[in-house]
Design a protein around this ligand. Structure first.
Ligand code: FPP
Length: 264
């Protein structure tokens, strides 16, 4: 079906490499490759990448920020609509202060230095998490990046910052309770769809594909509600080594999956 001018499969996934000739009755049917509309990534392994090279963990994070740039470019080129990156979890505040400071510095620098490039590449910045926990300078650069790129129509890059899936659900419950108490919501009308509208992610579809680097098989409190029907793809590669061919491999695996969403 045509959705907003783009061809999508039955599961709502965009089909690329679409050959318009295939619409001609006499043409052979072209099997399009299927690109996930929303990719979420748990970027893991920066510390191990650095340790393997005898470098400080912060150097792994610095190289991790380069991999973020590559992933954003690759997703944009491949026609992914939404990319959510787990950049800093609620639990990451427990790390040594110097490491937290280095991560905040890298985030701030990324948001400031890459803004022009993101504008050129038509990338739209968004963020989820308890953003007021972030240092004031990061909040400012984040706000600026979000505002300046608000009119972009290409890839939406959603940074999960001071983000925890359980915290998001608790915040969602509080929001539902407020609406009930203020008489805006009848408790009998609460459904999964209604609850989804109280989550940080209410503006976007759920991820289709979850990628995790460094071989770990855990969700680590990431998008607990939204990943219900995501396809998982795990690579032993550490995040600083992640590149476009890895993303292509993940998308190729995704294209082979049969998604039944609990049906038959
Ligand atoms: C996990 O590796 C990674 C993080 C906790 C932070 C991710 C941050 C970046 C990729 C860089 C900055 C981000 C942006 C958006 C510019 P780890 O430290 O847990 O690695 P380990 O498990 O090997 O110790």
């Amino acid at each position: 079906m045509i959705d907003g001018g783009r061809l999508r499969g039955a599961a709502g996934r965009r089909m690329v490499e679409f050959d318009s000739m295939a619409l001609q009755p006499s043409s052979p049917v072209v099997q399009p490759s299927v690109v996930p509309r929303h990719v979420a990534i748990i970027m893991d392994g920066n510390g191990r990448w650095a340790a393997q090279r005898g470098l400080p963990r912060t150097e792994g994070h610095r190289r991790g920020a380069d991999a973020v740039q590559r992933a954003v470019e690759a997703c944009g080129e491949m026609g992914v609509d939404f990319l959510t990156l787990y950049a800093f979890s609620s639990e990451n505040w427990k790390r040594p202060p110097a490491e937290v400071e280095a991560l905040m510095f890298l985030l701030d620098r990324f948001l400031r230095n890459k803004l022009d490039e993101m504008l050129k590449k038509n990338v739209r910045f968004q963020a989820i998490g308890r953003l007021t926990d972030l240092p004031a300078s990061c909040q400012e650069s984040l706000q600026r990046a979000i505002e300046r790129t608000a009119g972009n129509t290409g890839l939406t890059l959603i940074l999960a910052l001071s983000y925890g899936g359980r915290e998001e659900i608790v915040d969602g419950v509080k929001s539902v309770v407020r609406d009930v108490q203020d008489g805006r919501l009848d408790p009998a009308m609460i459904t999964p769809e209604v609850f989804s509208q109280h989550l940080y992610t209410r503006h976007w579809p759920d991820p289709d594909l979850l990628i995790r680097t460094s071989g770990e098989l855990r969700l680590s409190n990431f998008l607990l509600w939204q990943l219900s029907y995501a396809e998982f793809w795990v690579t032993p590669k550490l995040w600083p080594d992640f590149n476009k061919s890895d993303l292509e491999e993940a998308c190729a695996a995704f294209a082979q999956r049969e998604r039944r969403f609990g049906g038959v």
